[in-house]
Design a protein around this ligand. Structure first.
Ligand SMILES: [Zn+2]
Length: 402
């Protein structure tokens, strides 16, 4: 099998592209945390290898349909990458292929995708949201069978990328857990402020960490050595993982096919939009053949999908740079939607309490429309969300919508 994608929670949902503009996660920090994160963030991007590893040819035409009835019932059937690709983009089928030992579990917008790297020491990259933790363990077990999970690695520690880590560690207690270097200490102390869970009231089950992902120091995941590159922008401490022989990039939230994530360092004032562009420069220089993003379907160089994604991301960042208030409005909607994806429904009183208690929303209020008072601003942000059905409300509750 060239590449398998387990049936995702919304693998072919037609609204995926729209949802890409509602990507959440992260939080503002206290001044002390902000200072530490700013200090910890790499000042310059790590240099690319001067002598790139020769690439193994990607084996095209290896994509095959896998009838659902032959697939593990746990997963509801495998779907081939080709099928998902067509569903997502409505473009002609592309000849994309991953090595047989890489398995993408495509998830939704509350949980990040998970990449399983098979081999003698099986590894997973990113673990989804805590709400889906049990499902994540089931899916990983369905792929690994009786083989233990040896390694858990993270592109960054937003709650939708590390929420399943605690459950995976409970299921496979001998697994070694890797996190971006500047976060290692905060994870070991479980400092929820430094880890950015407190600021937005997002939740993440506690987990441990053993090893640091350091830009410039390769890490073995499954059967391949992966380069680690700093990827500030969406998150100051994020990393990219790049497998140079096949040209496979795990981009986390640094690059999706459609849309860009919230630029969290801009919300708390620790950085601007430019680091996001610098990370796009790094991706361009790496020239990946296939990008496995944190959300949405993988996409490839063939057919120009990667170049198009880079172009769209740069355009979006340029818009934010020209009109930062647009980013603030976008980020506010994302954070509210993310909360509702997690909780499904809240009473009106609880919803109002959550809004009032989210420090990030107050920062965004000031960045977007300081001329409005808080209740007027909330009404201004929420009206189109209710109007478009992104959120719904009845007499007693606010509910997640479409
Ligand atoms: Zn993120």
């Amino acid at each position: 099998m060239a590449m398998r994608i387990a049936r995702g929670d919304a693998a072919c949902a037609p609204h995926q592209a729209d949802m890409a503009h509602q990507k959440p996660t992260g939080a503002p920090q206290t001044p002390e945390v902000k200072r530490r994160r700013a200090q910890a963030a790499p000042k310059t991007l790590d240099k690319l290898h001067r002598n790139p590893v020769p690439r193994a040819p990607l084996r095209a035409n290896r994509l095959r349909r896998h009838p659902a009835q032959t697939a593990p019932p746990e997963l509801g059937g495998w779907r081939s990458y080709t099928i998902t690709f067509v569903c997502m983009s409505q473009r002609p089928v592309q000849a994309l292929a991953l090595p047989d030992d890489l398995v993408v579990l495509q998830r939704d917008w509350l949980s990040s995708n998970n990449l399983l790297c098979l081999g003698e020491q099986a590894a997973i990259v990113d673990t989804g949201h805590v709400k889906h933790a049990a499902q994540t363990v089931r899916r990983v077990r369905a792929v690994l069978g009786t083989q233990p999970l040896a390694t858990i690695a993270h592109t960054h520690l937003h709650s939708d990328h590390c929420g399943g880590t605690g459950a995976l560690q409970a299921a496979w207690p001998t697994a070694t857990t890797w996190v971006p270097e500047p976060s290692l200490d905060a994870v070991q102390r479980w400092d929820e402020d430094a880890l950015s869970f407190d600021g937005t009231g997002q939740r993440c089950a506690r987990f441990g960490a053993d090893r640091a992902l350091v830009p410039g120091q390769p890490v073995r995941l499954g059967a391949h050595d992966w380069q680690v590159h700093a990827a500030p922008g969406h998150d100051s401490l994020a990393v990219l993982l790049f497998e140079p022989r096949h040209g496979i990039l795990v981009s986390g939230d640094a690059l999706w096919e459609h849309g860009v994530g919230v630029i969290f360092p801009h919300i708390d004032g620790s950085a601007g939009f430019e680091p996001f562009n610098e990370t796009l420069d790094v991706i361009e220089r790496l020239a990946p053949e296939i990008v496995i993003p944190g959300h949405g379907a993988p996409f490839g160089r063939a057919g120009g999908a990667i170049d198009a994604a880079l172009g769209r991301a740069r355009e979006r960042i340029a818009t934010f740079q020209a009109q930062p208030a647009q980013h603030a409005l976008y980020a506010a909607k994302v954070l509210i939607k993310y909360q509702m994806l997690d909780v499904d429904a809240m009473t009106h009183a609880d919803f109002e309490r959550w809004l009032n208690a989210a420090p990030s929303l107050h920062l965004l209020h000031r960045q977007h429309r300081p001329d409005l008072d808080w209740p007027s601003w909330l009404a201004h942000v929420l009206a189109p969300m209710f109007g478009k059905g992104v959120l719904q409300r009845d007499a007693t509750h606010v509910r997640d919508g479409n």
